[in-house]
Design a protein around this ligand. Structure first.
Ligand SMILES: Cc1ncc(C[n+]2csc(CCOP(=O)(O)OP(=O)(O)O)c2C)c(N)n1
Ligand SMILES: [Mg+2]
Length: 380
């Protein structure tokens, strides 16, 4: 019996354009105008500065937990930059730079992280899905959107974001499979930042790349230096153009690094080394792009201060909004609340009506409070 190579075409490319000093491989340089390059850089700086400001706001108790993007600005902006307004952007939970680029007002995003329901609701005319915390669940939705666009003949592309950890979820594989079978206009953007909370990539997959997972589903997969915004843009441009032309989906793996913590509730020093972080800091996507723009004489000197002013004005507008009502947390998961949640809601309403406890006084628990399923209620 002969052995026949059925798929000799399989290959996975790695794409990079800029080296860590900002030097360029001119053959691969994407065609971007000076204005486009400047606005790309501005969006990345805005993402970085907003991220840093949000960490401080969280530390001061002014917003709740959030997932910083530091280090991933090129992966997000190089991809989101290729979309038209009518295209769909499907985020996970670590895409603030891309979301702001897509038109989310900064103060609205801050409202989301301060517990306001409206903060998470896209504007009616916006083709973006809301932030999705359950890992990978946004991917079948993205394929559904692309399937609907194809069915209706709409000229739109869907771009969906997720992490390396998300590729271990069934939803990722189901989404990839149906995207391939239906040949829909979707671009999967995996921000492979090397960690899924404390789980390193090597415990996530035995594959050499994430990009190669596309091949099993009959789609092209490309790995790109995710800290090189020009390479990310070039890969995304190709994928988006292909999807728009009716030539189906693509998986892009952006090899990047989460320079900060998983969320503001995490301490990465418990599971990764200083040396690893220092090594990746040398590949900072902003430093590299800045060096390139400097060489081309396109760097605007006051960009940081202008971006900071924009953020400060948005923070002021955000803080002018009265605090969210905690009772709204019961509003959107069930059409009819189960009895235990109904009891918790009533308890919270009673506490709200009683006002805050006086200093030194323990918070009284109303007698009818019921424990959550499987939980004992303890009085402290
Ligand atoms: C279905 C599901 N399981 C577990 C979690 C808890 N969780 C939140 S983020 C995360 C890790 C995700 O890692 P990755 O996909 O690499 O994205 P990253 O956080 O690195 O951006 C986990 C396990 C969750 N939100 N949803
Ligand atoms: Mg990750």
């Amino acid at each position: 019996m002969p052995r026949i190579a059925l798929e000799p075409r399989f290959q996975v490319e790695h794409l990079s354009v800029l080296d860590s000093e900002g030097n360029l491989d001119t053959a691969l340089e994407p065609k971007l105008s000076a204005d486009e390059l400047k606005s790309l850089y501005r969006a990345m700086v805005l993402g970085r500065r907003l991220d840093e400001r949000m960490v401080r706001l969280q530390r001061q108790g002014r917003i709740g937990t959030f997932a910083p993007i530091k280090g991933q600005e090129a992966s997000q902006m190089g991809t989101a930059f290729t979309l038209r307004r009518a295209d769909w952007m499907v985020p996970s939970f670590r895409e603030i730079a891309a979301m702001i680029w897509r038109g989310w007002p900064i103060e609205k995003l801050l409202l989301f992280y301060a517990g306001h329901v409206e903060g998470g609701r896209p504007a009616d005319d916006q083709h973006d899905l809301p932030i999705t915390i359950p890992v990978s669940t946004q991917l079948p939705h993205a394929v559904g959107l692309a399937y609907a666009a194809q069915y209706r003949g709409d000229d739109v592309v869907v771009m969906a974001y997720f992490g390396d950890g998300a590729t271990s979820e069934g939803d990722f594989h189901e989404a990839m499979n149906f995207a391939g079978v239906w040949h829909v206009p979707v671009v999967f953007v995996c921000q492979n930042n090397q960690w899924a909370i404390s789980v390193p990539l090597k415990k996530q997959t035995h594959s050499r790349t994430i990009a190669q997972k596309a091949l099993a589903y009959g789609l092209p997969g490309v790995q790109v230096d995710g800290n090189d915004v020009l390479a990310v843009y070039a890969a995304a441009r190709e994928a988006v153009d292909r999807a728009r032309a009716g030539d189906g989906p693509t998986l892009i793996e952006c090899v990047t690094y989460r320079l900060g913590f998983h969320t503001t509730a995490d301490d990465p020093s418990k599971y990764r080394s200083e040396e690893e972080v220092t090594m990746w800091e040398k590949k900072d996507p902003l430093t590299r792009f800045r060096a390139y723009l400097e060489q081309r004489n396109l760097l605007e000197s006051d960009i940081e201060s202008r971006v900071d002013e924009e953020i400060a004005a948005a923070v002021q507008r955000f803080e002018a909004t009265p605090p969210a009502d905690p009772l709204t947390m019961f509003d959107h998961a069930y059409a009819e609340l189960p009895p235990d949640l109904e009891a918790q809601r009533a308890e919270m309403a009673e506490r709200e009506a009683a006002g805050p406890p006086r200093v030194g006084e323990p918070t009284p628990l109303p007698p009818r409070a019921t424990p959550m399923r499987g939980q004992r209620l303890t009085r402290r």
